[in-house]
Design a protein around this ligand. Sequence first.
Ligand SMILES: Cc1ncc(COP(=O)(O)O)c(C=O)c1O
Length: 374
Amino acid sequence: MKALVGEHIETLKPYVPGKPIEELERELGIEGSIKLASNENPLGPSPKATEAARALLEKGHIYPDGAAHRLRAAVAKFHGVSPDEVITGNGSNEVLTIAVRTFCTADDEAVVSQYSFAAYPIICQAQGMTIHRAPMKEPLTFDLKAMAETITPKTKIVFVANPNNPTGTYVPADELRWFLGEVPDDVIVVVDEAYHEYVQAEDYASAETMRDVHERLIICRTFSKCYGLAGIRAGYGIAPAALIDRMNRVREPFNVNLLAQDAAAAALDDLAFVERSVAINEEGRGILEEGLSALADSGVSWIPSQTNFLLVKVPVEGVKVYDALLRKGVIVRPMAGYGLGDYVRISIGTPDEVRRCLNSLYEVLPTLVQREEA
Ligand SMILES: Cc1ncc(COP(=O)(O)O)c(C=O)c1O
């Protein structure tokens, strides 16, 4: 009998998302929980986006525009590129998947960084590819030199998340530019800028300013984070028209739904909302960092972040902290699945949510540490 699936699917470990609030409350019979586990926007969606989506509910019986013309035109205008250089997806995750399915076969290899977004190796393994992980440098930052050295003649695609999830770290513009010049011309470089809007570092620049350095460059952005549309699902890629044309051959015909197309286009226009989202994130991150520094003597530290989350090192197994916080109705993200067992990742919520998370941490940590020492 033929094997049900190939070895690459049999051994594939699925993506583990943040625990949904409903699931936790059902399991523990509690109410009023908060989720700081999936880097969502605590302000909710852009009001302009909600308004645009609401108006479309009555048209739910009509297929969406398969080519997402309006959204692509809005993205193109926003970035000063041609609509032929834009592909939209059901979240940026789908754009990543389309890229791998379009450009890679099982004979090709991918290079990712040691602790980076879990979807990259999953998508590549599903395609039957071999994946190589380049080491990071301290503090848990992409080492682009190591990545360049990991590339071989079999490498077809390389993923750089800038800033990176789950570490929150970024690569400065000059390093990224150097790397793009170093990668062989026939290799696709994906620069995933899901957290771009949050970046404050002055030596950061989007890869959109480096498109002349490496032709096979795909820049991904998402509406799930700063635009507050994670549940609506929309993201996009910017790449040379020749690449977008090939990706469109693989893309499903109606991949971005009716509501998402107009909600995302409206969100892109809502600069005031993005500003508010960035401001509340800065405020929340400040509160979280200050609150965590009170735990420094207990062995708590964090990686400096340019995003809407902090990767926090804890003095006991991260999953124990995660479990204890769950019981207080606070959902964070354990990191063992990323190979970072000593860490939890905490998304920046509203200032009140951040304070609640800190207070819960103050409550649970001493007992966890005592148990560890006993
Ligand atoms: C680095 C990175 N890229 C892409 C995504 C996928 O986002 P979405 O599919 O919601 O656009 C995420 C989500 O957490 C992420 O952290």
